[in-house]
Structure formats: C-alpha cells, structure tokens
Design a protein around this ligand. Structure first.
Ligand code: GDP
Ligand code: MN
Length: 360
C-alpha cells in the first residue's frame, strides 16, 4: 500500500487541473520563510506532512501572519512528532477564505468490488464520523467502470444539498478529473477533504489523501507492456487493467477463451503500437480473432487507433478483428477505423464480441 503525502497528492491534483491553494513544500525553516514570503507575505497556513489524518486537531496545522510566527511555527513543527510520526516536511500555503467545506472521494468498495463516488456536505471532518452521526449528509454512487464518471454524476451526488448550481458544476468538473486520477493511478482511494468553497465561490482542494494499489507499482517500473499469456485463441487488446479484465470476462461469457491479458494503462497508450506488436509476436499463429476495446478518458482513443492501424497494415493481418471505442478521441478514431480498415466500430463490447465470433 503506497500512501501519498498531502503535497504529493496535491501535485497530482494540480497536474490534472484541479485547483489547489498556492503553496510549496519546505524541509527547513529558511525555505519555509522564503516560500511564506513569496506566496502570501506570511499570511499562510503551515501543514505538517505526515501520513495521518486529523492533523488539525493535534497541532499539525498552524495559521500564521508574520515572518516571526512563520519562523517559530516552522521550527516547532519540523522538530515535532504528529501522531507519533516525525515531521520532515511542511507545506506552506495561502490561507483560504472558507465559506463551506465539503467532501468527495472515490474508493474501491471491497464488498461488491466496485468503485464508489462519495460526497458529503459535511467536509473537513472524518467521513466515518459523519456516517455515524449524520448519514443524511452523505451521498454515494456506484461507478460503472465502462461508463466512468461524467458531470451528471457530480450534479446528482450533490443534488439534494443546498449548493448553487455554478458551484455544483464546478464540483462536478472536479469529480470527473478526480476519477481520471483514481483510474490512472489505480488508486484504492482518492479523497479531497475538505474541498473548500470560498467566500468568492471558488472551489479549491484544501487537503487530499491518495492510496495506491500496491499491485499498480508496475506503473513506475519499466515493465511494458504488462502482458500475461493465456491459453485461449481470442486476442484481447484494451487500455487499462479494469477494462482489460472486463473485456476478458465478456469474451468468456460468449464461450470462447482469451489468448492473453495485455494492458496499456496510463501514459502507455502512447506506446499502443509497440504493445500490439508484442502481442502479435507472441500469439499471432494461435489467434483466431482480435478484439480491441478502448475507453478513452486520460488516454486518447484516436492516438491508440492510429498506432493500431499502422501495425495491422504493416503486418497485413488477416484474422477477424472487432472494435469497440468510447470516450476521448472517439469520433476521430471511429472515422479512421471506418475509412482505413473498412470496419464498423461497436458501441458496446458485447456486440463487438458477437460480430467477431460471427466472422470466425
Ligand atoms: P487534517 O486535519 O489532517 O485532515 O488536515 P486538513 O488539511 O484537512 O485541515 C483541517 C482543517 O483546517 C480543515 O478542515 C479546515 O477547516 C482548516 N483549514 C485548512 N486549511 C485552511 C485554510 O487555508 N484556511 C482556513 N480558514 N482553514 C483551513
Ligand atoms: Mn483533511
């Protein structure tokens, strides 16, 4: 289990265009003073970077106004333990003018093996506590991995709560982006608590907790592509581990067996051509058909298809191939498949597999 520190998680949020407070991390007092001065003339929050929640309640979060206070509190925090953990880094951030604090998260629910989107209007406190003391303040939605998250999920999640529509739209947009992080990082949990609504109606992630699946550590390794040979005769090419598994399941439901597990997750979609080459090198002689199932969110399906078409043409592959494409880049990807391969693109995986089997 890999837990990210607040500032590491916020870095991911920022890279995915979710707004966070202006700030930077420091590992000594001098750095802290320099940052505090530059970002907000010492009107800042100093936050201990330890892997623990509820830091606010145990002195891990300090509000200061002056250089002297910054120096004192930074010094104190860096020499303290918060919840038994050494503080090696502190995050210095602008103070937010808070109107409201809400809660949003995606988490893997192990009981029904589905991802859940959870929202609450009672942010800033532990969600388990809210769930005990005021369950009506929490709302949740199960996410279908083939559909992913769209703005209506966020709107629906906060539907019953009294928040202005513009802020709700902003929250919905953040939720969609947060799901992208959840999926790409193969996280167990991504949580923004609190998601702050400021007096000016801005929506800013003030704290964040991200826990990454240990099995997803290949994302940082050079194992590419992540490929597992299987005994069947239907090649499976999909992007993302979840989608690949789902595709294999559907193939099996139709009474045939997948020839492989191959996943082109995260940034690897840019190397989809290489991945397909790899699969064909390993399996070409034993394949009776190939199913290509793409779901674009972060990954662009048109960029993947471009590469797939190159490989198919180069190899002059003659076995039946069937496509299902949804999401980012879909229109362009479809046109390429139709124009260059003279093939229909399916809307859902079942009909794609059906067509494949009818051609075998
Ligand atoms: P945690 O206690 O470890 O979860 O740390 P958080 O970062 O969530 O901070 C705890 C609480 O401090 C938040 O819920 C806010 O109420 C408050 N807080 C954090 N940052 C700011 C800020 O910039 N301005 C104000 N006014 N309050 C803040
Ligand atoms: Mn928090």
């Amino acid at each position: 289990m890999r837990k990210l520190l607040e500032y590491e998680g916020k870095e991911l949020l920022k890279n995915n265009n979710i707004r966070i407070p202006r700030g930077r991390v420091a590992s000594n007092v001098d750095e802290a003073i320099e940052i505090a001065k530059n970002i907000n003339n010492f009107d800042v929050v100093i936050k201990a970077q330890v892997l623990a929640g509820g830091r606010g309640l145990v002195g891990g979060i300090k509000f200061v106004n002056t250089k002297k206070e910054t120096e004192e509190e930074a010094e104190k925090l860096l020499n303290s333990k918060i919840k038994g953990l050494d503080v090696n880094k502190i995050l210095i951030e602008e103070k937010l003018d808070i109107e409201n604090e809400i809660y949003v998260s995606f988490m893997l629910d192990r009981t029904d093996k589905m991802s859940k989107l959870i929202g609450s209007v009672q942010g800033g406190v532990n969600i388990e506590e809210v769930s005990n003391s005021n369950p009506a303040a929490i709302s949740q939605i199960t996410i279908d991995p083939l559909i992913g998250t769209h703005d209506y999920h966020g709107l629906y999640l906060f539907n019953k709560f009294d928040i202005s529509i513009n802020v709700k739209k902003n929250i919905a947009d953040i939720i969609t982006k947060l799901y992208g992080i959840y999926k790409n990082q193969e996280a167990f949990l991504v949580e923004i608590n609190p998601l702050v609504i400021t007096k000016k109606n801005e929506v800013i992630a003030a704290d964040c907790k991200i826990i990454i699946d240990p099995a997803a550590s290949y994302i940082e390794s050079n194992d590419f592509p992540r490929y597992i040979p299987l005994d069947g005769n239907i090649g499976v090419f999909a992007n993302g581990a979840g989608l690949t598994m789902a595709t294999m399941d559907v193939v099996k439901e139709f009474g045939v067996e997948p020839a492989n597990f191959l996943e082109v997750g995260g940034d690897h979609y840019k190397k989809a051509g290489e991945a397909l080459e790899f699969l064909l090198q390993k399996k070409e002689d034993s394949l009776d058909g190939l199913i290509i199932n793409l779901f674009g969110a972060y990954a662009r399906t048109d960029i993947i298809i471009e590469q797939v078409i190159d490989v198919l043409k180069k190899r002059n592959l003659t076995i039946p191939i069937s496509f299902r494409i949804k999401g980012t880049g879909e229109e362009r990807a479809k046109k390429m498949v139709e124009n260059e391969l003279n093939k229909k693109v399916h809307m859902n995986i079942e009909s794609a597999v059906q067509q494949l089997l009818s051609e075998i």
